[in-house]
Each structure stands twice: as structure tokens, then as C-alpha cells.
Design a protein around this ligand. Sequence first.
Ligand code: HEM
Length: 423
Amino acid sequence: MELPPGPRAPAAWQTVAWMARPAAFMRRAHERFGDPVTIRTYWTEEPMVLVSHPDAVRDVFRLDPAIAPAGESWEFLRPFAGEHSILLLDGDAHLRERRLMNAPFHGERMRAFGPVIAQLAREELGTWRGRVVTLERMRRLTLEIILRVVLGARDREAADLRAAVDATLDRVRSMPRMLAMALVQRDLGPRSPWGRFRRSVERFDALLLAVIARRRADPGDDSVLSFLLEQRDEDGRPPSDRHLRDQLVALLVGGHDSSASALAWAFERLARHPDVHARLREGDPAYLDAVVKEVLRLRPSLTIAPRRLLAPVEIAGRPLPAGVQVAACIWLANRREDLWPQAGAFRPDRWLGEEPKPNPLSWIPFGGGVRRCTGAPFAEMEMREVLRAAAGLRLRPVRAEPERARRSMLVVVPARGGEVLVG
Ligand code: HEM
């Protein structure tokens, strides 16, 4: 069975383009080869077929996990994520984890976190003067938020965990380090890329297990960890430390860089659209929500929702063989010219008033189907709170031209870190 066409450049070249110029790489591949298009990178062992038409996206999100396990696409995260991680599981085990992890991030429980987020956002934004690299600041803020919300961590405990998470993620955020790890997938001692990574994970684990032990001894705060500690399996047993550790890591990893990148893009856009920023100042909640939706449409932090095929399938009437990855391409779907008027323009107004409602399968920043982001309502609330706190700032771009996108670990960030001038 033939794969859809795609760039013929060697995988090494495609990998560099995928990492360093992801937006241009996906756009050109789509323009040249259409939809679907097959790319070959070191990101995955198999070729990856990208689709963006709503019919194809729907078929990908409906694939049976037994033949298209998404967990296998994140296999490379196993050394950090752990064997119980929701990110790596499929089938019934995955659904069990999902039910558990969804609860604290929806409805009343989630809304109760709003005031804490608003307070932390005001404290952070209150320090902004002159040139600010918003990505760095948003990484700090979203990590602080997730440590407080998920672990109930404060002060010294939060500071130690923050340093350990940063040390671990920094090993995989930079492109050269990530490539070095992808190429040499073995621990060659304490100074090798994997060796350093493994040791920082061990340090982080020790801290996290200590937090779990403290909360077991003295539960009762409103954190997600305290909620998870109360859960029991079918036999009435509480979750093991290792299980809790893996759930917490999934939330810390899933809920930190993705939100930080989305917010850095929001600042990158707002600094270049003073009209939008001025309307935010008027305080209309519907407009605030429209800004969040438009940032997530135009600059989604994750570019693909991949599934690995264990058997041949048909996607929008096109057969695909086993042994390849198929991915709903978030970046391409969210900006299809045939579905979005002025697709490349930052125009929150498209979400308001008389404009026709977009097809839900062409706005997919949180993926879809049984793998749709469990933190989506929380992430949108977090963005709204931070942008509400930022409404009063005076922002200008450092350079007039838009920032291009580059990859940092799993997410796509503004290449100059979303730098703005404040005041
Ligand atoms: C703007 C911020 C965020 C974006 C753009 C985002 C996007 C995504 C995407 C695209 C997926 C994969 C979906 C798929 O394969 O179909 C995902 C999965 C996931 N996200 Fe998010 N996410 C964000 C924030 C968060 C937050 C705040 C949390 C937790 C507090 C979180 C936790 C997770 C988890 C646990 C998964 C795995 C779900 C599963 O495998 O069933 N994310 N996210």
C-alpha cells in the first residue's frame, strides 16, 4: 500500500526543519503535496501521515485505540513519564486513568482554583518593566500555578520542586540536547545526555515522593494530590506511591509548557495588535474568551495529535497501512484557508456576533476523541485569568515583524521567546 506523497529530503533534514522552522515546514509540505502528506523525521521511528481536513480529522479521532494506540506515540517519554502514565496507556487502563484525572479539572472543583491563579498572575505581571521575555516568565508562572494546584506546594517545597522540574525539562527543551538524546538512546555515564537526564529525573522523583509522603501523613488541602489520595481501586486499595508519582508527572508536564507557550504567543500577538489589547481593557468576558480561542487557533502549542497504526485503516476514504503514524495536524487544521476566512489573521471578532460558527473539527488545539486534553477547561481558564490580569499593561513589540515558531520539546514557542516592551 502506497503512502501519501511528501517531501523527499533525507529524514535528518526534515527533522531539523520540523524542529527549527515547524510552521514553514508544515505549510510548505501542505502546499506542495496537499492533504494528506507524509513526513519522515527522527521524531518517530515510522513515517508520519499528517491530515487536516475535518473528515480525516474526525476519522483519526474515532480510531479504535486497539489498532491506533496514542500511548505508543509518546513512548519516548517513558523514562520520565513512568509506566502508569496516562500519556502512555491505552484501552481500558487509559480510560480508568482519564476518568480519575478529569474530575479535578472540570466544574466547581476547577473553578475554585480561579482566585489563586488570578493572584499568582497579578504578582508575576506586577514585576514587568522594560524588555520582558514572556515565555520565560510564563514558564515560571504556569509551573508555580500547577505546583500549587496539583501538589498544594508552597514556599520552600515549591522552590525545590521548581528547580528540579526546570533542571529535568531543560535537558529536553533545547534542540541540540534533544537530538543528542534521540540519536544516542543509552545512558553512557553521568556526563552523557541520557545520563544527565536520568539523574535529574531521579532527583525530581525523590522530591515528589517526599511530597506524597507528607500529604499522606497530613492530607486535607484542596490540591489535586489530596483528591487522588482519596481514590480507591475496584478492590478498595489506595493508589501506590509510584502510581501517584506518574499521574502527577503527567499533569506537571502536560499542564506547564503547553500553557506557557500559549500565553507567550498571546503576548506576542497582543503587542502587535493594540486594538485587540484595548478591547480587552473594556472587561467584556465574551471578548476575553474570544481572544483565548483565537490565540489557540492561530498559534496552537502542540502541532499534532498522533496515533500509531497497528493495522491498516481508512482515513477519509484513503487506505493507510499498518506500521505508520497518522496524525491530526492541529497547526494545519486550525488555519485552513477553505474553512477560516482570512485564516492567517489574528481576529478574535471571528468568534463573536454574526460570523458563522467554525466546524469543531477545524479548531482542535486540545486534540480529540478519547485522548482529548484532560486539562483543556483548566488551560482556558488559566489563560483567561492571566490575560485579564494583563489587560492594564502597556505592551509594544521589540521588533515589528511577527515572531516565527520553533519547537521546544513537545511544544511550539515564539522563536525570540515572545519578547515585549512593557511600560
Ligand atoms: C494551552 C494549553 C494546553 C494545550 C494546547 C494542550 C494540548 C493537548 C493536546 C493536543 C493533547 C493530546 C490530545 C490528543 O492526542 O488528541 C493533550 C493531552 C493531555 N493534556 Fe493538555 N494541553 C494544554 C494544557 C494542559 C493542562 C493545563 C493540563 C493539566 C493540568 C493538561 C493535561 C493533559 C493530559 C494529562 C493529556 C493526556 C490525555 C490522554 O492521553 O488521555 N494539558 N493536551
